[in-house]
Ligand binder design. Structure first.
Ligand SMILES: [Zn+2]
Length: 427
């Protein structure tokens, strides 16, 4: 039977225009959808499959009405993003596509288990997609029993600006896929890890644009990813790493070296401590607060030579009895009335605050026959004063910790402020 005849038969069964049915069928066949499935899909599109639902055909739904418990669905949508990723599924390496779809009612994430050929900006009819819940939200699962056909009319959606996934770093969130960013590489290191297929080399570092800075990992190292390079990265995905979003380049990410350097920000966004903690962690943030306390484990410490963990009484949690290496750090609890964080300062910053080198600190400890004199000295300097701190905030089961890059006393003197307050009270 010719396509013409199929179209005629279908059109009369559905009571719709034959040319429309024919063009729908042609579109589906163009994506190598088998004829029977194509006919079913067209039938569903024109409401032929949903009558009574007794034939089990999935209901055509608007995105906003999709419910994880409602069974399979058919949708007519605009493709916003297409990310490609290789995963291991039931022992096999498999290439999947994932991203976002939109219609006039909303946006939904999807995973496609084969290449249906659609691209960002395409309008498509997806038939018989599974619905699963992910992170409390419904997601479409487009598999072997699903159909994807071209929709001849552009699907209207208020989310057009998200087509192609162009994003500023500040807007990236864990779970984002198929994003495109233009960034400058600020730092890059290569290291060897135990990967899925044995030892493999990856690149990691920091990228920046005008809105912020984020850590990145390139799982398929490219020579163009070098310090100072300005790059357009298409099809990156975002995962959370130690409480902050991380940009990931996969083997499918495409890279263009930009002639014009990407301008980058020097400053970090300043937030209230409560806001920053509620955000669940932030890479490069500025906070302002009073030091309430210098915590145990500050001043002179010893680290395990194998794993760098802090050694307690000559014992590493992982490696047992070890010959610890000397180091200095500060763990200062900072409070601004909206929340608290522990600012963790490395040896350089700690020496600056202590006002002497580690050798000086060791000497002082020997004289007093007590290491704690160093931490006490640091506490005397810090506690009760207000500081501006900048660094990477992670929030996890160990609490809210700021890996500190900058630590500076604010200009206004708390004693003066207290005096001013007293004057006000007395007046
Ligand atoms: Zn260790």
């Amino acid at each position: 039977m010719e396509l013409d005849q199929h179209a005629e038969e279908l059109a009369s069964a559905l009571g719709v225009d034959k040319e429309e049915v024919k063009s729908d069928l042609q579109n589906l066949l163009q994506y190598s959808v088998p004829l029977d499935e194509a006919k079913q899909s067209v039938r569903r599109k024109h409401g032929g499959g949903s009558s009574g639902g007794s034939d089990g055909a999935p209901a055509t739904k608007r995105i906003v009405d999709i419910d994880p418990d409602g069974g399979n669905v058919s949708v007519t949508v605009r493709v916003l993003t297409v990310g490609t990723r290789s995963i291991v599924y039931q022992g096999d390496e498999q290439t999947i596509r994932e991203g976002e779809l939109a219609d006039e009612s909303g946006v939904i994430s999807y995973t496609a288990w084969q290449d249906f050929g659609f691209e960002p900006g395409d309008s498509v009819v997806i038939g018989n997609a599974g619905v699963r819940e992910w992170d409390g939200k419904p997601e479409l699962n487009i598999g072997a029993s699903s159909t994807v056909g071209v929709e001849s009319e552009t699907v209207e959606t208020p989310y057009d600006d998200r087509i192609g996934g162009e994003a500023d770093l500040i807007d990236l969130q864990a779970g984002d896929r198929g994003r495109t960013v233009e960034v400058r590489v600020l730092e890059v290191d290569s290291r060897t890890i135990d990967g899925r297929n044995g030892e493999t080399t990856i690149l990691s570092g920091v990228v920046a644009d005008e809105t912020g800075r984020l850590p990145f990992t390139d799982w398929a190292p490219r020579p163009d990813v070098e310090e100072g390079a300005s790059l357009r990265l298409s099809d990156v995905y975002v995962r959370e790493f130690r409480g902050v979003p991380q940009v990931n380049l996969s083997e499918f990410t495409t890279l263009d070296v930009l002639d014009d350097p990407v301008s980058v920000t020097d400053s970090a966004p300043r937030l209230k401590i409560g806001e920053a903690v509620d955000a669940g962690g932030m890479f490069d943030v500025e906070l302002l607060g009073n030091v309430l306390e210098v915590r145990d484990g500050s001043g002179l410490i010893e680290r395990c030579p194998k794993c760098s963990r802090v050694v307690q009484n000559g014992q590493c949690r992982q490696h047992g009895e070890v010959d610890g290496e000397d180091d200095m750090r500060v763990k200062a609890i900072l409070d601004d009335g909206t929340g608290t964080v522990t600012a963790i300062l490395d040896r350089d910053l700690t020496e600056e605050i202590y006002g002497g080198t580690m050798a000086d600190a060791m000497e002082a400890a020997r004289e007093a026959m007590d290491k704690e004199v160093v931490a006490d000295d640091i506490a005397d300097t810090l506690v009760g004063r207000e500081y501006r701190v900048r660094g990477n905030l992670s929030v996890d089961e160990y609490g809210a910790n700021l890996e500190t890059d900058e630590f500076e006393e604010t200009d206004d003197d708390p004693a003066e402020r207290a005096a001013a307050l007293l004057t006000e009270v007395r007046a």
